[in-house]
Ligand binder design. Structure first.
Ligand SMILES: C[S@@+](CC[C@H](N)C(=O)[O-])C[C@H]1O[C@@H](n2cnc3c(N)ncnc32)[C@H](O)[C@@H]1O
Length: 431
């Protein structure tokens, strides 16, 4: 009988029901601090937790080199593992830090009351003077004007200036994340789009109203987290979150037992653009093309010169022909290989890397990420421990197939014909 890791075409691997988490609602997936911020391409906490519980023990180091919003970090902590998370995106690092830091609830409530009453005054009576002071301290790049109308921008700069004056670092970071979370609704970014499209007729909202509402919502979530990891915990002993490139990890040799991660994709749009609003406001983005260049999968990346160590990758690059995308995909596979080599360095012998990845299509060519990654891992000293094929049961994603021609059509209420996209979890073991 064929075992799952001997299928050449991974799409033939039967779907594993217990990995689809189809019974989980937003209430489950957004539990504790998981739902405080809209970070694109998150995986669900139940997925990370199941991998962690099956492949590591208490007190082991669990690492996520593409940590994003910190899902793995939080689930590792909740399950009594030591967590290390790194990401190239500074916003991700701030977010993961806030989501995984228990903060005394009373301290946050006091901070909230002081900040809001200050702002209510400063955004009314002393507004003009406040704007001048804020502008003196915070230098915003010109691109902010592309996204924000002048009055809204002025109200936001006053809010940010007052947050930056908070002394307690965890409380300050908490409010910075609240601020980051309201930016899209306050801007003219088309609300229903994840891509950077302007909506010049977008209805204006008051930043302070939105800020108060979000702060109250997120406060409750921190309090839920405090019930699991109490505020007295010396958190730095259990968790490290750092801004670093996955190809140069912040971790010693052979320290980690398990890696749980979902890497970036090579896509038809710039993934980095999705983070540009908070990055502009917090001074992480001065020039868009330099900012984009840091992200694996971006078309702005420098050309990598390493061998891909995968026949499948070479075939895909060849099939894409003389197209610009062909170089991008080649760079992407080279970058991912470098990150796998780094994973090998930090993993203990027998330790595992669990990579959550789906396949895509570009210019009509199938980009078989999962097949390529498996081959690259096997060529650098890992063996395939397991491959899980799962349906992604997001309420946002279902499509239906037309029963006559099998093509995807708009969502209907006919539950039987619902089709969900699928992805793989490669469980690779260091030999
Ligand atoms: C699919 S997301 C991860 C989402 C995460 N699993 C979660 O639940 O939030 C991929 C992440 O890779 C990060 N990334 C892109 N290039 C990187 C690099 N060179 N080094 C480290 N992280 C990088 C992106 O910033 C993004 O946060």
């Amino acid at each position: 009988m064929k075992t799952d890791n001997h299928f050449k075409n991974l799409a033939e691997i039967p779907l594993k029901r217990e990995w689809s988490f189809s019974d989980k609602t937003i209430k489950h997936t957004a539990y504790i601090t998981h739902g405080i911020y809209t970070y694109p391409a998150k995986f669900i906490p139940q997925l990370a937790a199941k991998i962690i519980l099956e492949h590591s023990k208490e007190n082991d180091i669990v690492l996520d080199p593409f940590m994003g919003s910190g899902t793995t970090v939080i689930e590792a902590m909740v399950n009594n593992r030591m967590a290390i998370g790194t990401d190239i995106n500074e916003i991700a690092v701030l977010l993961a830090k806030v989501k995984s830091t228990p903060i005394d609830y009373n301290l946050l409530v006091d901070g909230y009351s002081n900040l809001i009453s200050d702002l209510q005054y400063k955004l009314n009576i002393g507004f003009q003077k406040e704007i001048e002071m804020a502008q003196h301290h915070i230098k915003l790049p010109d691109r902010v004007d592309y996204w924000f109308k002048p009055l809204i921008k002025n109200r936001l700069i006053v809010i940010l200036h007052n947050i930056l004056k908070i002394e307690h670092i965890d409380v300050k970071d908490f409010f910075l994340i609240v601020f980051a979370q309201i930016l899209k609704s306050c801007s003219i970014w088309l609300q229903k789009s994840v891509k950077p499209i302007r909506d010049l007729n977008k209805k204006e909202i008051d930043p302070l109203d939105k800020f108060e509402w979000q702060a109250k919502r997120i406060l409750k979530k921190i309090n839920d987290f405090n019930r699991i990891i109490p505020p007295q915990t010396d958190i730095e002993k259990y968790r490290i979150v750092k801004n670093s490139d996955a190809r140069y990890l912040f971790c010693g040799n052979e320290k980690a037992m398990l890696i749980v991660t979902s890497p970036p994709y090579v896509t038809s749009y710039e993934y980095a653009d999705l983070h540009q609003l908070p990055s502009l406001w917090f001074g992480f983005l001065e020039e868009l093309s330099t900012f984009r260049k840091k992200f694996i999968g971006s078309s702005f990346r420098e050309r990598s010169k390493i061998e891909l160590k995968s026949k499948m990758a070479e075939n895909i690059v060849f099939e894409l022909g003389n197209h610009k995308k062909s170089r991008e995909v080649e760079n992407y596979f080279a970058d991912m290989l470098e990150s796998f080599i780094e994973m090998k360095r930090v993993l203990k012998k027998g330790g595992k890397a669990a990579i959550v990845i789906g396949n895509t299509k570009l210019k009509g060519v199938e980009i078989l990420n999962a097949e390529v990654f498996k081959e690259q891992f096997e060529n650098i000293g890992f063996k395939t421990h397991d491959i899980i094929h799962r349906e992604i049961h997001s309420k946002m994603l279902p499509s239906t197939r037309d029963p006559k021609n099998g093509k995807f059509t708009k969502v209907s209420n006919d539950k039987k014909s619902l089709v969900y996209p699928t992805e793989y979890i490669l469980i690779m073991e260091k030999e």
